[in-house]
Design a protein around this ligand. Structure first.
Ligand SMILES: Cc1cc2nc3c(=O)[nH]c(=O)nc-3n(C[C@H](O)[C@H](O)[C@H](O)COP(=O)(O)OP(=O)(O)OC[C@H]3O[C@@H](n4cnc5c(N)ncnc54)[C@H](O)[C@@H]3O)c2cc1C
Length: 284
């Protein structure tokens, strides 16, 4: 069996160089509202086109699935459909252990301008927000139905976070518990994998030398921050695979740890909170 080595992507290397060139002054955060604007201008500059608002399905061959919709053929298809990834790929007989689960967050009016903070004991994070602070992560460690899950935050999550805020922001939030205003509290879906790492690379029965189907999913709650670098890995990886470069070739851009074929796809596993350190072995 060939030995695969873990290589940093060129995107990661570039990012590291940029980080070193400007000394950090304070922690920063980005929001899902601002990110699409930034990435859109990059995509337009690269000549790519984006279509939104259409539900897609995938089918093998060139005749479509017979459902009567418009059918288009592509050299390569990347399934990065978040919580719907598993069901989309199942339609073409590809099994991936990417399981959706609920994660919660809230915005409270506590004044907080400190750094992004993760409380590893309470498994909770908080960061500044224009309306006060944003806190999470309220993991509900059971599989959720992608089209039918509870969008509202649970009472236990609100209570747990209030306790964390009371204990960790003792100075700023002293006496605030009774009149703390939570302006928003919600739940969204993240996706878990058996080992907590994503699946990024070619899948399917076409074989490593002629892949046309790819997956990028299973971020265990960390997909937003990894998206810019992973986007470049996927773009470079798809092109190299179409050029016939094997996944594990020395010049392949794919990341060995994220190899989608490391699982059978039908594994049963426990969903763990993505930021938790308790599942990590010493030294990881
Ligand atoms: C409350 C909360 C807080 C979070 N905080 C952070 C954080 O601080 N940092 C971080 O890195 N990550 C965070 N995450 C996780 C992050 O949001 C996800 O990891 C990330 O959004 C995953 O990106 P994705 O593109 O794989 O999936 P998604 O963002 O779910 O995007 C998948 C897209 O595919 C579309 N789609 C699905 N099926 C179809 C279909 N059949 N046809 C067409 N389109 C389809 C969906 O509509 C969706 O737009 C948080 C998540 C939640 C819920």
């Amino acid at each position: 069996m060939p030995t695969r080595s873990r290589r940093p992507s060129s995107a990661c290397a570039d990012t590291a160089a940029r980080c070193r060139s400007s000394p950090p002054t304070r922690s920063a955060s980005a929001s899902p509202r601002s990110a699409p604007t930034t990435s859109r201008s990059r995509r337009v500059a690269l000549g790519s086109r984006t279509e939104v608002g259409r539900e897609l399905s995938i089918a093998e061959g060139e005749d479509g699935d017979g459902s009567g919709g418009e059918t288009r053929a592509f050299d390569a298809v990347v399934v990065a459909a978040g919580a719907h990834t598993r069901s989309l790929l199942a339609a073409v007989g590809v099994a991936v252990p990417v399981v959706p689960y609920r994660v919660q967050a809230l915005v409270a009016d506590d004044a907080y301008d400190g750094p992004m903070t993760y409380d590893a004991t309470a498994d909770a994070y908080l960061r500044p927000h224009p309306d006060g602070l944003l806190a999470g992560d309220g993991t509900d460690p059971v599989p959720a139905a992608p089209d039918d899950y509870r969008r509202e935050a649970d009472d236990w999550f609100r209570e747990d976070i209030s306790t964390v805020l009371r204990e960790r922001l003792a100075g700023a939030a002293a006496g605030r518990d009774s009149d703390r205003e939570i302006s928003r509290a919600w739940a969204g879906l993240c996706t878990a994998t058996p080992d907590g790492d994503p699946l990024v690379g070619p899948v399917g029965a076409t074989g490593e030398t002629d892949p046309a189907l790819f997956v990028a999913a299973g971020w265990q709650g960390h997909g937003f921050m990894r998206a810019p670098a992973i986007g470049e890995v996927v773009a470079e990886g798809v092109l190299s695979s179409l050029d016939g470069v094997a996944f594990d070739a020395p010049d392949s851009p794919w990341i060995e740890t994220f190899d989608p074929t490391r699982f059978d796809g039908d594994e049963a596993f426990e969903i763990t909170e993505g930021m938790s350190l308790s599942e990590r072995a010493d030294g990881e």
